[in-house]
Design a protein around this ligand. Structure first.
Ligand SMILES: O=C1CCCN[C@@H]1CCCn1cnc2cc(F)c(Cl)cc2c1=O
Ligand SMILES: [Mg+2]
Length: 485
């Protein structure tokens, strides 16, 4: 098909909506905020799922499946848990022609679904730790602008729910999972993220503290929450009476965590790496890492070229590289080049008469367009090297772009200037909630309210006497601020 009609740096929103469809990841659906995930997207989810599932199995976390439906009683168990969320709960009110006696909610998250049973299953300390995960969909009937992968009314995720005898175990579990989320973004999706803690205002209100991996979209100058790992403390244990008899025979409440990542990961990857020719997929998450294109000539040895293509695909697949050939005879090589560039396949291999004669193939990188001739004898080794180089290069370029957006500020004026320039702002803050609310209020306006994104675990040095950029009070920590999704 034809190329994209919008340019990423000129009209990002249009570019994104177009590239997810032209790259055959998304099909728009007739219900607003809902999208069809086509195989080209689903294959990425499956790769991330396989990695994460294997890792949590190493941690002895077990998969389970809880019902989609939530009875109103448990969902509304505790007001401040669902405070503010109520408008986005979807309800089933009918079956067939008849109204349900009592409307049933569709899970927006499963704490209230699971925890009555945690209470039933956890009796003594030998029942701990209890660590369950589920891979499922959730529904949140949000009204802010729906965006494929980034904000949809239904999305796929995993949600982990763990219970421990001590806070120390819960604290460790929170960070162990957060590290897996960092690996998903940095090692698989080649997207740099900042690990940190959410502020009291931005955290999950039902929990004790929230840790997060924060990404940043340079084109829009907006931060985005990549995944979250919450320590729930004993809040839900209190609500749902989840207690156990400890080793001293005393009744004690469990310490809990809940953590999740979603199909939003795919949207972040697209936004960070995509370009005006289409998607750019990091090899680690590409269902097809190498596409082999036969370049035929009217009077050439075309059978020889087809055989070379087949041998190349076979050779690569046998060494664990995901390779396909595009033999369609109703499309020209040029059309195929554009098509597979649009789909973001990391490496293209062209085989024409000259390549055949020289017993080599022509490799073309999707990330930087570099072309290299590879001798057939070194094919597997060199393709592996190029794929690794593409993976690393995508991360390095994304990190350099993200770091270029970071602006360290010390005063309100510097902060306001940085917000208007859509920067990722690192500022010393007194960590007071009223000040955070005040900053949000003062920055409301055409440039979009700035909020805290996270306080990075990796804190720069905070010299004695440094003052908060907003309140002038003694600063307690460096915090990332910015506009966000
Ligand atoms: O973020 C995660 C990771 C995976 C498990 N859950 C937690 C907390 C989810 C917060 N949250 C987020 N959104 C919600 C929307 C709702 F409609 C209701 Cl009723 C509740 C919530 C809500 O509790
Ligand atoms: Mg929400």
């Amino acid at each position: 098909g034809l190329g994209l009609s919008s340019k990423k740096d000129e009209n990002f929103g249009e570019w994104y909506s177009e590239v997810v469809v032209s790259g055959e990841m998304i099909e728009y659906y007739d219900i607003s905020g809902c999208y069809i995930l086509r195989p080209w997207a689903m294959s990425i989810w499956e790769i991330l799922q396989a990695f994460f599932d294997a890792e949590i199995k190493k941690m002895k976390i077990k998969n389970s499946y809880f019902p989609l439906f939530v009875s109103p009683g448990v969902l509304q168990k505790e007001k401040d848990h669902i405070e503010g969320f109520a408008p986005e709960v979807a309800w089933v009110t009918k079956s067939g022609e008849s109204d349900l006696e009592v409307p049933i909610a569709i899970r927006p998250t499963s704490e209230t679904v699971m925890y009555p049973y945690f209470s039933k299953w956890i009796r003594g300390h030998r029942d701990l730790p209890l660590r369950l995960n589920q891979w499922c969909n959730v529904v949140r009937w949000e009204f802010s602008n729906p965006t494929p992968f980034i904000r949809s009314r239904e999305f796929l995720w995993q949600e982990g729910h763990t219970a421990f005898a001590t806070k120390e175990e819960a604290d460790a579990d929170v960070l162990e999972i957060l590290e897996l989320y960092r690996r998903i973004y940095e090692d698989f999706l080649a997207v740099p993220v900042s690990k940190g803690k959410k502020s009291e205002l931005e955290k999950f209100a039902g929990g004790l503290y929230t840790t997060t991996v924060e990404a940043f979209i340079p084109n829009t100058g907006r931060g985005i929450q990549g995944a979250t790992s919450h320590c729930l403390g004993q809040n839900f244990a209190t609500m749902f009476e989840i207690n156990f008899e400890n080793e001293k025979g005393e009744k004690a409440m469990v310490w809990q965590n809940s953590w999740g990542f979603t199909t939003r990961t795919i949207g972040v990857m697209i936004m960070v790496h995509g370009d005006d020719k289409g998607l750019v997929l990091p090899p680690k998450v590409a269902a097809t890492q190498v596409i082999v294109i036969p370049v035929l000539y009217k009077d050439a040895n075309n059978q020889g070229i087809f055989d070379a293509c087949a041998a190349t695909v076979k050779n690569l697949n046998e060494s664990g590289i995901r390779a396909e050939a595009d033999y369609r005879d109703n499309y020209s090589p040029g059309w195929k080049y554009s098509h597979w560039e649009m789909k973001g396949v990391p490496l293209r291999i062209e085989i024409g008469p000259k390549d055949l004669a020289n017993n080599q193939v022509r490799a073309v990188r999707r990330d930087n367009g570099a072309k290299t001739d590879i001798t057939v004898a070194n094919l597997v080794e060199q393709v592996n090297d190029v794929l690794a180089s593409i993976q690393q290069n995508l991360f390095d370029v994304a990190k350099q772009k993200r770091d270029a957006c970071v602006q360290v500020v010390k005063t309100w004026d510097e902060f306001a200037e940085a917000v208007s320039q859509k920067k990722l702002i690192l500022a010393p803050w007194c960590d007071e909630e009223d000040v955070e609310k005040d900053v949000k209020a003062r920055t409301k306006g055409e440039m979009g309210a700035a909020k805290t994104l996270c306080s990075p675990f990796d804190q720069p040095e905070l010299p004695e006497g440094t003052l908060c950029f907003a309140s002038g009070k003694p600063a307690k920590k460096w915090t990332y601020w910015g506009r966000s999704y």
